[in-house]
Design a protein. Structure first.
Ligand code: 5GP
Ligand code: MN
Length: 347
C-alpha cells in the first residue's frame, strides 16, 4: 500500500504524527533488501554529506549504494565512503543494474526529477518505494513518501533528525557525524545563514561530542584550493564583477575561455556568487557561467530580497529564498543582458 506523507514544520511539532509515520518508515527500512540513495546533479557538500551519512547509517545490515548524476568536487573526497559512490554519467550500465534491483530509493536534497538529469529515467521507471528527504520548496509528485522541512538549513540536518525520529541516535558514530557536519557546515555558510537555529547548534554539539574535528573539516573543504582556483577568484572579483549600487545588485560572468585560462575544475566557482553580497547595500547577486552546452546561473540574496521566485520565473530554475539556481539556452552575452534586465525590473 502506498501513501503520501508530507512532513511540514507543524507535523514535526506533533509527536503523535511523527511517531505514526516513523513506524511506517521503519517498517519500510526493515523490509528493504537493496537500497539506493540518490542526490542532485553537481552534488555539493550537503548532497554528498547527507547521502553518505544515510549510507553509513543503513549499510551495517543492508545492501546500500549511493548513485549521483555526475561528478562532485574533489574537496569532498575526504569523506569516508566517497570512493564507493557510483557516477551515473560514466557508470551508466552498472548504476542501472543496481537501480533495477532496488526495493527502496531515497532522493536526498532534491525534490524534482529534473534535478537529477539523465538519472531521472531509471529512477522514474523503478517500481521501488521512493522516499524524499529534502529542504527545498514545492516538492514535485514522483515519490511515495516526503520528509520535507523547508525551514531546515540542510538535508544533512534532516538526516540527523530522521535517525533521531526512528529512535536510533545511538547508532551515530564519528564517520556518520563527519558527513552530517560537512553538509550542515556547507549549506549554512559555516553556521551563519538565518536557517541556522539553536537545534542546528545542538546537533553540531552532539557531533563534536562524537569526535568530529570541525576545524579539520573546514580545512578539508575550504583550505584545499588549487593556486588556479584562488587566482580565478581574484580575477573574477577584480575584472568581472559588475556592480549596480542603484539596483542593490551585482553579477559576475565567466566564459568557457576564461575558465580554461584558469584550468577550471569542478567546484572551482563554488562560493564565488556569495562575495558581492558582502558589499554594503548589495542584496542580490548572480554568477553567470558559460558551460559547454548552456549557461548556468547561481543566485544569492539577503534581507527582503528572495531569489527562488526570480530563478523560477526567468531562469528555468528554483531553490531557496536566499540561494537558487537556473539554466538558460542562449549565448553568454544574451544571458548577461537578461540578468541585467531582471536586475533593473526587480529593483
Ligand atoms: P547553487 O547556486 O549552489 O548551484 O544552488 C543554490 C541552491 O539552488 C541549491 O539549494 C540548489 O539545490 C538550488 N538549485 C540550483 N539549481 C537549481 C535548479 O535548476 N532548479 C531548482 N529547483 N533548484 C536549483
Ligand atoms: Mn541542501
Amino acid at each position: 500500500m502506498k501513501f503520501k506523507s508530507i512532513y511540514s514544520p507543524d507535523d514535526y511539532s506533533s509527536g503523535f504524527f511523527i511517531l505514526r509515520r516513523m513506524q511506517e518508515i521503519k517498517q519500510l527500512l526493515n523490509n528493504a533488501k537493496s537500497i539506493v540513495i540518490t542526490t542532485h546533479k553537481s552534488p555539493d557538500g550537503d548532497a554528498i554529506g547527507s547521502s553518505l551519512a544515510l549510507y553509513h547509517f543503513l549499510k551495517s545490515n543492508k545492501e546500500v549504494t549511493v548513485i549521483v548524476p555526475d561528478a562532485f568536487p574533489s574537496f569532498l573526497n575526504w569523506m569516508n565512503g566517497s570512493e564507493n559512490i557510483i557516477h551515473y554519467d560514466t557508470q551508466t550500465e552498472e548504476a542501472e543494474k543496481i537501480i533495477e534491483k532496488a526495493d527502496l530509493i531515497f532522493s536526498l536534497d532534491y525534490n524534482s526529477l529534473t534535478r537529477i538529469a539523465d538519472l531521472s529515467k531509471p529512477i522514474d521507471q523503478s517500481s521501488a518505494t521512493k522516499i524524499v528527504i529534502d529542504h527545498h520548496q514545492d516538492p514535485q509528485d514522483f515519490a511515495d513518501h516526503y520528509i520535507v522541512d523547508t525551514m531546515c538549513c540542510s538535508t544533512s540536518q534532516l538526516i540527523y533528525e530522521f535517525i533521531e525520529n526512528v529512535g536510533e541516535l545511538d547508532k551515530l558514530d564519528k564517520t556518520i557525524a563527519e558527513c552530517i557536519y560537512c553538509g550542515i557546515m556547507t549549506d549554512t555558510g559555516s553556521f551563519r545563514y538565518p536557517s541556522t537555529t539553536s537545534k542546528t547548534h545542538q546537533i553540531i554539539a552532539h557531533l563534536i561530542d562524537l569526535g568530529v574535528d570541525g576545524s579539520k573539516i573546514h580545512q578539508e573543504v575550504y583550505d584545499t584550493y588549487s593556486e588556479h582556483r584562488l587566482r580565478l577568484l581574484g580575477y573574477a572579483l577584480t575584472e568581472k564583477m559588475i556592480v549596480f549600487p542603484e539596483y542593490n545588485a551585482a553579477y559576475i560572468s565567466l566564459s568557457q575561455k576564461e575558465l580554461k585560462r584558469f584550468s577550471f575544475k569542478k567546484g572551482d566557482t563554488e562560493g564565488l556568487v556569495n562575495y558581492p553580497l558582502s558589499i554594503d547595500g548589495i542584496k542580490f547577486t548572480v554568477l553567470i557561467t558559460e558551460k559547454e552546452a548552456n549557461i548556468s546561473l547561481s543566485f544569492r540574496s539577503k534581507d527582503d530580497f528572495y531569489v527562488n521566485k526570480i530563478a523560477n520565473e526567468h531562469f528555468n530554475g528554483g531553490g531557496h529564498i536566499y540561494a537558487a539556481g537556473g539554466m538558460l539556452e542562449m549565448s553568454l552575452e544574451e544571458a548577461i543582458k537578461k540578468v541585467e534586465e531582471v536586475m533593473k525590473q526587480n529593483n
